[in-house]
Every structure is written in C-alpha cells, then in structure tokens.
Design a protein around this ligand. Structure first.
Ligand SMILES: [Ca+2]
Ligand SMILES: [Ca+2]
Length: 349
C-alpha cells in the first residue's frame, strides 16, 4: 500500500510537544541551566543527590557531578525514535496517547494514490481514485499505561534515613549476630560519607570499628517496578559510590559483591560492575555455617578512596519486582575497616 502524502493538522498538543522537546534539549547541558543558557551549571558542592534531583525534576533521566558541574543525561528517544515519549514515530500523530499527551481523535487528510486505499477497502460510497479522502482514525484510549521507564530513575543519599532499605544476615546460623550493616556517619574507614552534604549518612559494615568476624550481611534495596524498562531500547544502570577495606591474606580474603533480583528477592544473581570484580573471595573455614560470598567473585582488598561503580541491570531482571543488594562476608581471621556505601542511584537511558 502506498499513500501518496499525508497532511497532518498541527494541533495544540503537537505544538506543546515541540515546546517540551526544545526545553528538554536545552536542559541536556545542565538541568539547572537558566533558560537559553547552554553552559553547564555550577552547583557549588555538587552532589549526586542535588544533581539527580535537579535532572529528574527537569524530566531528564539522570545526571552526575563533574567537580562542581551538574551534568544531566540527555533525554531518551523512545524505541522508535519518538521525541515526545508516547511510543509513536516522531512525525506521525499520536496513536497511543499517554498521560501527558491526551488528545481527541485526530482528523488526518490522506491523499490516496490511484487505485489504492488507506486500509485496503474504499470507504463506503466513495472512490479513492485521485480523491482526497477524509479519514477519521479510530484511536484507542487514552488509558493509564502506568509509569514509563524514564520515570523510574531513582537516587538514594540516605541522608534522611534508610529510605526503605533493609538488611539481614544471609544463610546464617540461627544464633549469633552476622549482620553488621548500620546507617550513620563513620568515624572509621573513610571517616565520612560520600559527598559534602551537611548531614550526611551512609551505610557501613561498622561505623566506629572494624567489622566483626564471620559476617554475612546483605543490605537490600526496596523492591522496584522496572517492568516498563524491559526493552532493549533502554539501559538501566545501578550506580553507587563505595569505599572498602577488606582484610586480605593468603587463604583469608574477605570480600563483598552486589546481586540483583527480578523476583522480589526469591533468587539473586551477581552482576559484575563495569570495571569487573577484583577477584574471587576466599575465606577460611573457621566460621559456623555457610559464608554466602565465599568462593564468589567480588570486591577485594581496598579501594583506597570513594569510588563509583556502575552495574548494568540485565533485561531479564527488569521486572515488576526488581531489587538489588550489597552482600558482605568476613571469615574468622583478620578483620579490617569494611564496606561503606552511599549515593546509590538507578540511572535510566
Ligand atoms: Ca549520604
Ligand atoms: Ca577476615
């Protein structure tokens, strides 16, 4: 079927969409940019929290600090290259209205090539030969289709509390204390949380002293619905900052890893960060029960500073019940300052 041309009416909805596009493109350079200002914005003491908040508020999928600069991620084209996020091709009328783009049925003038029709059947009583046929397209909806992937970006600074994060021992013996995680401001290890917030809290396997022996505690995120991101058109990254110092000796390598779940924590899968794991955790046999992380690849030895990691969330784990957790393990021998985690974010592109 060939349609000779399409003359699309310019609706107020479309104009509004174009306006939004212009705004979004301007904001690529920095969510806090003044209108018309293409320079990145300077936020004194830019933090992931302030930057992410600003970018998310600007409708952009995420952002990060480079020094004092807050750089927002660019707006995402949809799977079909659509700029207004409604799932339609960019230059076609909306056929799947969304929550911000509700519209009436659209009248489309279709000039039909000789001998052809727009739908295989000429409209009743009309000839299509050379005529301009007015077709009222029958749109479905609008219906509430739920959140879009790009609305699911999230950031946790923990500066006002646990924000739904929980922690527990994994595969631990029934008695004893095997979960060292606590939220606060460390006086050991890095002696501060990540960033420069006036009140800055973070998670630690010990805020004031080295972690105990035989630990196997997991710090777990709230369950998130990432099902709208279950398309290869999107990338979803778990991004976080951490500082670590794990005791290391031959046959006694404490360590830690990050796992993701797509079934609300029923099963967990370790996913390596972009830079890879440090190596295989290798703990001694002096502890009761199972040391969950023993023998698995993870973070080892010491980071020496706060470092940022990025773990790409695989397609199959972007479900209605996605979660992730930070699992620590120590054996019966030497201990060290431990693991400190802060400024965790889900970045969606
Ligand atoms: Ca913090
Ligand atoms: Ca140890």
């Amino acid at each position: 079927m060939t349609i000779g041309s399409r003359k699309l009416p310019v609706s107020t909805t479309m104009l509004a969409g174009l306006g939004g596009l212009t705004l979004a493109l301007t904001a690529v350079y920095g969510a806090c940019a003044n209108e018309g200002d293409d320079d990145p914005d300077v936020i004194s003491g830019c933090t992931l929290e302030s930057c992410m908040s600003s970018c998310l508020a600007g409708g952009l999928p995420g952002g990060h600090c480079e020094g004092d600069l807050c750089l927002c991620d660019p707006p995402l084209p949809d799977a079909d290259g659509d700029a207004d996020g409604d799932g339609d091709a960019e230059d076609l009328p909306d056929e799947t209205p969304d929550r911000t783009d509700v519209r009436e049925d659209v009248v489309v003038d279709v000039e039909v090539a000789d001998g052809e029709t727009t739908d295989g059947e000429p409209p009743d009583g009309e000839t299509t030969d050379g005529d301009v046929v007015e077709v009222v397209e029958d749109f479905v909806g609008p219906e509430d289709v739920g959140p879009r992937c790009t609305e699911l970006a999230a950031a946790w600074t923990f500066n006002s509390g646990a924000s739904g994060w929980t922690h527990e021992a994994v595969l631990a013996p029934p008695s004893g204390s095997f979960d060292p995680w606590e939220l606060g401001t460390p006086t050991t290890g890095p002696e501060a949380c990540h960033g420069s917030a006036a009140t800055n809290l973070c998670w630690a396997t010990g805020l004031d002293a080295a972690y105990p022996s035989c630990q196997r505690g997991a710090l777990r995120s709230p369950t998130r619905n990432l099902a709208p991101c279950a398309s290869s058109s999107y990338t979803v990254d778990l991004v976080f900052w951490h500082w670590y110092d794990f005791a290391a000796a031959a046959g006694s390598l404490d360590g830690a890893l990050v796992e993701l779940s797509g079934d609300d924590g029923a099963t967990w899968t370790a996913i390596a960060p972009a830079g890879g794991w440090d190596g295989a955790i290798d703990m001694d046999s002096g502890c009761d029960g199972t040391l969950y992380t023993d023998g698995r690849d993870g973070f080892l030895r010491t980071s020496g500073r706060w470092v940022q990691e990025t773990i790409r969330v695989p397609l199959e784990l972007r479900t209605e019940e996605s979660a992730f957790r930070f699992v620590f393990g120590s054996d019966s021998a030497t201990q060290a300052a431990g693991w400190f985690v802060d400024d965790v974010a889900l970045v969606v592109r």
